[in-house]
Design a protein around this ligand. Sequence first.
Ligand code: ADP
Ligand code: ZN
Length: 291
Amino acid sequence: MRIGALEAGGTKMVCAVGDESGEIFERISIPTESPEITMPKIKDYFKKKNIEALGIGCFGPINLNKKSETYGYITSTPKLAWRNYNIVGALKEALGVPVGFDTDVNGSMLGEAIYGCAKDVDNAIYITVGTGVGLGVYINKQLLHGAMHPEAGHILMARHASDAYAGKCPYHKTCLEGLAAGPAIEERWGKKGVELQDRDEVWKLEAHYIAQAIVNYIYVYSPQKIILGGGVMHQEQLFPMIRKEVEKLNNGYISLDVLGNLDKYIVPASLNDNQGIMGAIALGYQAANEK
Ligand code: ADP
Ligand code: ZN
């Protein structure tokens, strides 16, 4: 089946065509401007592609409640031009195919669950650490929505005693995103993450915050696998540091043996940064089969 995939991000819109095996035939990237400028380009791209379904992994917050009149809308996003924009309705009308819709991180989670390193488990979480921090949650083989969708990048954190940084989140200051996303690293240390590669203290602190969040997620969601992606996680030295810090913060409370080998439990995304677009393909395929 030819399936369209849209990874709708705050800076770019990745449009692709693939099939349910996860193969990607072609893709383009369109800068995210206003809906008036960007949406016609997305529609034009997909109109010529003979697709039978479309999947969208979208920046949020978004409305995922199918019973709601505003299902498929981008809701209270700080990107004002997109606030209350009916992205699902616009693409359904233009393309006349079933449209699957979820958050960008739930999309990446699904990509890993269907095609990647979470294929063999029923419960997993996907954490992205990039411009923001997001969490995708896969429970009993379903993406978790609930009343809206998890916003677990904004969980409230205990600050490390050595860290005097005020925090970057406009809502919570020192939530996980406010302390540990790429822009927080840059503001705290005065340089972009990629230029801080050799500064051990930067990644020790980063690992501490990510591990603190992971311990909370383990206790709350009981995942069988934890996948980490996003630009900041390209600092691969973080992985052993995070695993060690998770052990330290758990402090023997739950037996980590239940989780198996931590090297296989807390892992990098496995699809070469294609997890988001492959997840969107999977969302499209699911929508086609719900018809
Ligand atoms: P986005 O979240 O906007 O989709 P990314 O996941 O690439 O995009 O995240 C961008 C953020 O990650 C920026 O703050 C950037 O400084 C940081 N970042 C990107 N690559 C790296 C890297 N290799 N090491 C450390 N930080 C990085
Ligand atoms: Zn926050």
